[in-house]
Design a protein around this ligand. Sequence first.
Ligand SMILES: Cc1ncc(COP(=O)(O)O)c(C=O)c1O
Length: 425
Amino acid sequence: MDFGGESVLSSELWNKAQSLFAGGVNSPVRAAVKPFPFYTKSAKGAYLVTEDSKRLIDFVLGYGPLILGHAHPRVIEAVKDQLERGWLYGTPSKAEVELASLITKHIPTAQKVRFVNSGTEATMTALRLSRGFTGRSKILKFDGNYHGAHDYVLIDAGSAASEFGVPFSHGIPSEVSSTVLVCPYNDLVCTESVLRREEIAGVIVEPVMGNMGVIPPEKDFLPGLRKLTSEYGAVLIFDEVITGFRLGLGGAQSYFGVKPDLTTLGKIIGGGFPIGAVCGRKDIMDQLTPSGRVFNAGTFNANPISMTAGIATIHELERGEVYRVSEKAARILSEEIDGAIRMDHVVNRVYNFFQFFLGVRDVKNAGDARKAKRDLYVRIHENLLRDGVFIPPSQFEALFTSGAHDEEVVNQSAKVFKKVLEDLT
Ligand SMILES: Cc1ncc(COP(=O)(O)O)c(C=O)c1O
């Protein structure tokens, strides 16, 4: 096997990768692509080009960050300029002040910010902060919500943890898992009974569940969480790693008009480069080191490349056009999909991201999502891929649209969805 030449096929890379990586990949959902993962050579706008020179319309978009589409010229320009000036200083840089100013300008409850390097680190830090701030040790999360890959949240987790049958990861000490309580999503009765019974430090929630497919909050759920957490003295954490800057500049908290105490961000705020952030109430954020005694640090925290890409992305979002185009694309396609499926189903969409579920009529929580016909979803994924459309390989992920999903892209993909869904449902 010689990888020096031009024509390396995905099948050859996959054969080699299986001997190099556990399960052949470096993040599990990538192994769910059937019959085997394709390898991407390049990407532009709404398209990926594989090592097999196949062009695919992309509804995965790096699992959410690429709201401008791939390789947006303004991000390229900004990052190139930063690269010329160095990319890691070990000192603060102007870019971090600029990106944090944009975040505090747009996210209503963001008074202070701490940059980290992934959504995982952001939720880990937010939960530690909630414990440090309240002096309590237990947290409450919701079944099927995915908050990254650290010990405190891999309990009844969605996304790849559910796809691969390990919602409760092995390797987590019972001393840790016993501090994490779980309720069904959209269930305020369970939430209240846990808050009444236990001393809860923080309640962490995806304001729109994007990791069991897409599941919107019911009308009273987020306001109810706000009311109950205030009443019982728990810190309310909105995990906006997906929804931050996707549901508009103010994220889910503006979209639904509910104010959390802390917010975790990631994905879009780094413009496709590694990033995470915790932001929120000043009195809680000030508990972080060095002003407080809740520790957080990172060699790559606020690295100038992610900061610069994030600034360019948010400036582009401020023009408004990306939201208009991405919402229209998601709306039209979810309607087309809804019309093409010939069996019981539901399409859940919130603004510019969505997912369809087959064989069920209503999906309000993870239990409902688990009842959907996942085998059929996978066959649909495979057939769409054959015809040039890449949707998430797992039922427990979301389809995302971007500013690059214009009319031509939408029309082209609508035709493929119609043919495949009419054939298979
Ligand atoms: C809501 C949510 N929180 C946290 C994470 C973890 O982010 P990361 O993969 O950057 O660690 C994800 C990742 O998909 C997510 O969707």
